[in-house]
Design a protein around this ligand. Sequence first.
Ligand code: ATP
Length: 234
Amino acid sequence: MLLKVKDLNVNYGVIHAIKDVSFEVEEGEIVALIGANGAGKTSTLHAISSLISSKSGEIIFDGKDISKMPAHKIVGLNLAQVPEGRRIFAQLSVEDNLEMGAFLRDDNKIEDDIQHIYSLFPRLEERKKQLAGTLSGGEQQMLAMGRALMSKPKLLLLDEPSMGLSPILVNEIFDIIKTINKEEGVTVLLVEQNASKALKIADKAYVLETGTITVSGKAADVANNSRVKEAYLG
Ligand code: ATP
């Protein structure tokens, strides 16, 4: 098991946003966490990477209990998050953003890996000197994913990668997620409101509703669940 979340609880003041959430991600999988606005998807990811503190629960990553570990230590454990809204460094070039993704590495393969990222995202190579803030939404998403990959993660947490993108770009981003998983061997925890797309590429899925997991199983089975079909798949 690469990631195990058990009985996670997150409170914001009196709001009990995450209630006894448990799920598991095995090495090599794409696991989708789907749910409507405000269901608690982002809070779950933020609790894993310690951007918010959880009230209780266990988070085990790669055999280590990270539930009380500070965020900067977690980054050093090969767990990378691509946040909602990308958060690229707008005033830096594309290439400098990619280099920033490698800031914790001390090996001499960084330049090779930048070239590798360009092979995954040719559009970034064409724009490598461009200021990141001037990229389109889809290109910024690619850059945020490329930057996260530069840290050589075992587990990539993706928060709504399709948000705000045109249907063509959504397909492109989802194809790249598949490639990163199948060809690069990166395990992916994918948070998405676009349930139909997420369920197509995921191995396993969990449905989060007002802070509670209500449906879980193989992605194909979740996609066939009548409640999921009605509420999320139109
Ligand atoms: P979305 O898809 O809209 O981003 P989400 O599933 O990611 O939604 P969260 O952002 O995790 O949901 O929010 C879960 C609940 O916690 C919501 O009711 C939200 O209003 C509340 N919440 C999130 N962050 C805070 C905060 N900093 N302070 C108070 N309440 C918060």
